[in-house]
Design a protein. Sequence first.
Length: 308
Amino acid sequence: FVSYQVEILDWKTKEQLCFLDKVEPNATIREIRSMFHKFYPQWYPARQSIKLDPKGKSLRNEEILQHLPVGTTATLYFKDLGPQIGWTTVFLIEYTGPLFIYFLFYFRMPFVYGLDERFTSSPHPVVNLACICHSFHYIKRLIETIFVHRFSHGTMPLRNIVKNCLYYWGFAAWLAYYINHPLYTPPSYGKKQINFAVIMFLLCEAGNFSIHVALSDLRRDGSKTRKIPYPTKNPFTWLFFFVSCPNYTYEVGTWISFTIMTQCVPVGLFTLLCFIQMTIWAKDKHYTYLREFKDYPSVRMPIIPFLL
């Protein structure tokens, strides 16, 4: 076979960083990252972005050298992504915070509301229910992180963890402050409103979990290759008939139900922000599916059936 020569340049300065001789044609980008790592131990593979073009997209680990639009002397570009952190660790940190922060307000710690207010009123039953639902949601997320999720990207930049934690932890504190406040007023329509919201909450949580399991099963063999998700025998997965990202649809439904249950403005604002962010993610995934699969179901929308 004809061996390749691979030249790796800095994406910004175009300075040559290393020259790899006698690289096998079937070498993957993952293997090239490992070769580069031997020259520069400080840039471990997860920190490396390897590109065909300085301003282009990063090449995936599975891509094979001889299948790329390069000659036998290939020029690739390196960009340092900065310190990385594993997605499992990211999610564990993001989701553990809200779980415990909420309890600080639920148990009405003296430094939160003050000693006098702590005993002025007993919490309405919906306050206890909201704590159970909020805790259940984040415990479920932690269990999914450890036992269900399979990540296509192993890491994310370490600097992003601060931003993500501010979002999740900050909102958890804001919601909990108002829901557990001694002056909190229960929902307008009482038990009917609360019971409806709890049923909706549980259905959406079950749906969200079912979708995560279905997506995980697509990569049971350890493959990182993207596949089209289809409905299974589980009725909760039938939403795949109509949307590309039903996990986000169910997630938004969970927070809508929590808003109805608590009738709390901060929860409603958090739900709105969740919906906006998840719509962005869903659209991105939807258009990636359309781009990669010619036979992708045309009836599907990103997040809301027939609408969005």
